[in-house]
Design a protein around this ligand. Sequence first.
Ligand code: ZN
Length: 154
Amino acid sequence: VRSVRYRDPLIRSLHTLARDDILVVCPRCAAGAVVAPLTPEGRTDCWQPRRFACHACGHTDTWERPAATAWGNPVDPYFRMPLWLRVPCCGRELWAFHEKHLDLLDGWIGAKLRERGDGPRGMTLLARTPGWMTSARNRQEVLRGLRRLRQTLR
Ligand SMILES: [Zn+2]
């Protein structure tokens, strides 16, 4: 359900979204797999160890600091596996970590009125959304892309 107004929930960065399970493509069998916190602490701290697990083929892996991370690309930041939620869109690539990320983009891009909200200084994740995604010209195609991604979750 899309509303006319959408208030920025003031999520600072992808680091916050990475606390939740990230949907990836298994490098061994290409099935959908998950990068998740290894311990409960990881649900509130994206720098805690992560575990990759594929239920289709049984492949697992563990990430721990100080191994390097990669942010801002269509891969999970820890293992750099391709995200499950990726689709060509407007000559670019639309991607998301998980369903909650889709919800945020959908709300922000679909809204007629984007409310920045009162928050700490500095740009939020949504305020930094690339211009090609928020431009009125691309809006319908981006929203279609988000719908296509959502369908792959069923
Ligand atoms: Zn697999």
